[in-house]
Design a binder for this molecule. Structure first.
Ligand SMILES: [Zn+2]
Ligand SMILES: [Zn+2]
Length: 109
């Protein structure tokens, strides 16, 4: 990340003062607190994908939706979640639940 001083145009350097990061101009001494830019880069969205494990019917409203045809009413939208079945050696089963009629079914991949 490169930032230039607003006053004199010199290259700013990042320095930590009392656990806070500042941009400092070594020429004219301008100091401004470092805004969120750096920390945003460190957090990569989409890297952590949480596997949703549903135990009860509750919480269905928070489930992600996907385009999937309901085998019962042919509605094209369904909630989905993963559930570990039987042993941990087997891949988790994906479950779907129709947003329209509430019918649920599973997919084996
Ligand atoms: Zn400056
Ligand atoms: Zn349906």
């Amino acid at each position: 990340m490169v930032e230039f001083c607003k006053k004199c145009g010199n290259l700013m350097v990042v320095e930590k003062i009392k656990k806070k990061s500042y941009l400092i101009c070594k020429r004219c001494g301008t100091k401004e607190p470092l805004k969120g830019k750096m920390s945003i880069k460190e957090v990569k969205p989409g890297v952590k994908k949480e596997i949703i494990v549903l135990k009860k019917e509750e919480g269905i409203a928070q489930l992600p939706k996907t385009k999937m045809m309901c085998p019962k009413c042919e509605n094209m939208e369904a909630y989905w979640w993963m559930q570990q079945t039987r042993s941990a050696d087997e891949p988790p089963t994906i479950f779907y639940k129709c947003t329209k009629c509430g019918y649920s079914w599973r997919s084996y991949g």
